[in-house]
Design a protein. Structure first.
Length: 109
């Protein structure tokens, strides 16, 4: 499966890495899981999925970990749109999800 990353996703990872030292290892494990098990998370509409990712920097498991928002429109490719820490933000609203997707789609043009 081909996995792409948006600039927003990379900026959020960089910001989160200042507080959570093991985020890159946790994301690598999540990407490996996507590739090996084709597990991209729970559908949240608009061809978007929310994947739970553990946060090894704090001992809460996946429930207090990270959430990665993934766009999957085609069978063999996905785009990681954004990531956030569950300890900082409960979830994204429908409006935030729509804005995120619109921003990505407009940038593709």
């Amino acid at each position: 499966m081909q996995i792409k990353y948006t600039d927003t996703f990379l900026k959020e990872v960089k910001k989160l890495s200042k507080k959570f030292n093991f985020i890159k290892d946790d994301l690598k494990q999540a990407v490996d899981e996507i590739n090996s098990k084709n597990s991209i998370g729970v559908s949240i509409g608009y061809d978007l999925y929310k994947k739970r990712v553990k946060n090894s920097s704090i001992p809460t498991g996946k429930s207090g970990g990270f959430r990665v928002i993934i766009y999957k429109r085609f069978k063999d490719s996905i785009v990681l749109l954004t990531i956030y820490s569950k300890t900082h933000k409960e979830s994204l609203s429908d409006n935030e999800l729509k804005e995120l997707l619109e921003k990505f789609m407009n940038k593709k043009k």
